[in-house]
Ligand binder design. Structure first.
Ligand code: HPA
Length: 278
């Protein structure tokens, strides 16, 4: 972990040289949700390739820049485009941005992702507050906490019972209510992808307690909690996961990006209010 920590610090140093604000809040923007970063004022925009060791995103819909500035009066650092495990990155690389944002001062993280709705009451365009997760990938040992632990960063045996901060969730619910926005709540189920699931896999996810399914976030949350940060997270429901083999529907990335267009303005209004309330 020592080598990794050196890399975190080198990246943080390079960012500090380009942007003199000290971010308090780290924002991670999922597939199709990148336009949220356009709302950031006095923005310094850093392409990932200009930051040492930073994992480059290879996915359409993830533009690959870090945006540092102010949003609703709060100093933020936003990751527009993330690296996924399915791209071939290690879990250390997937969580590298979170570690660097922590080095820069981020104490709170707001994660967003695109997810398939498994809970049948969810509709495309809904926003789900992540109350808890099932890290199907991480549980098998594919997680960033494997290997030597650095006690100065976080504990060896991490408590995740309160991973999604209760106070932040309460603020989110309250602000959604004030906005008149239907905020779904549920369990995010993390699978590696990059394939969309079979109907039997979706029924498995449902039976195991997942409300939404997606290919990111859970391991980033581990790194954030490990480093002592508070976490708030949302899934944008971009499609209804297909759980019957006789369905005529097909899930594809275009559909995911298209639904992002509906979700972005809703999330912007909600995030602005949450940031103001912090
Ligand atoms: N499954 C997995 N990941 C996703 C989905 C899905 O249906 N939609 C958006 N991300």
């Amino acid at each position: 972990m020592q080598d990794e920590m050196i890399r975190w610090r080198e990246a943080a140093e390079a960012i500090r040289k380009r942007a003199d604000t000290q971010p308090k809040i780290g924002l991670v923007l999922g597939s199709g949700l990148g336009p949220l970063a356009d709302e950031i004022e006095d923005a310094v925009i850093l392409p990932y390739e200009e930051i040492p060791h930073w994992p480059q995103s290879t996915v359409v819909g993830h533009s690959g820049v870090l945006v540092i500035g102010q949003l609703a009066g709060q100093p933020v650092i936003a990751q527009r485009g993330r690296a996924h495990f399915y791209e071939g990155y290690s879990m250390a690389q997937v969580t590298f941005p979170v570690r660097v944002m922590q080095q820069l001062g981020a104490e709170t993280f707001i994660f967003t992702n695109a997810a398939g709705g498994v809970n049948r009451s969810f509709e495309v365009g809904d926003i789900m507050l992540i109350e808890d997760h099932i890290n199907f990938v991480g549980m098998s040992g594919q997680n960033p906490l494997m290997g030597p632990n650095e006690e100065t960063i976080g504990p060896r045996f991490l408590n995740l019972a309160q991973a999604y901060d209760a106070h932040l969730r309460k603020i989110a619910i309250q602000e959604a209510d004030r906005l008149g926005l239907t905020l779904r709540k549920g369990v995010y189920f993390h699978l590696s992808g990059p394939f969309f699931e079979t109907p039997a896999e979706i029924r498995l996810v449902a039976n195991l307690g997942g409300d939404a399914v997606g290919m990111s976030t859970a391991n980033e949350v581990l790194a954030a909690v490990h480093g002592g940060s508070k976490v708030l997270a949302f899934s944008g429901i971009t499609n209804q996961a297909i759980d019957q083999i006789d369905s005529e529907r097909k899930t594809n990335h275009e559909e995911v990006l298209e639904a992002g267009l509906v979700i972005v303005p809703r999330l912007i209004s909600l995030l602005r209010r949450i940031l103001k309330a912090l």
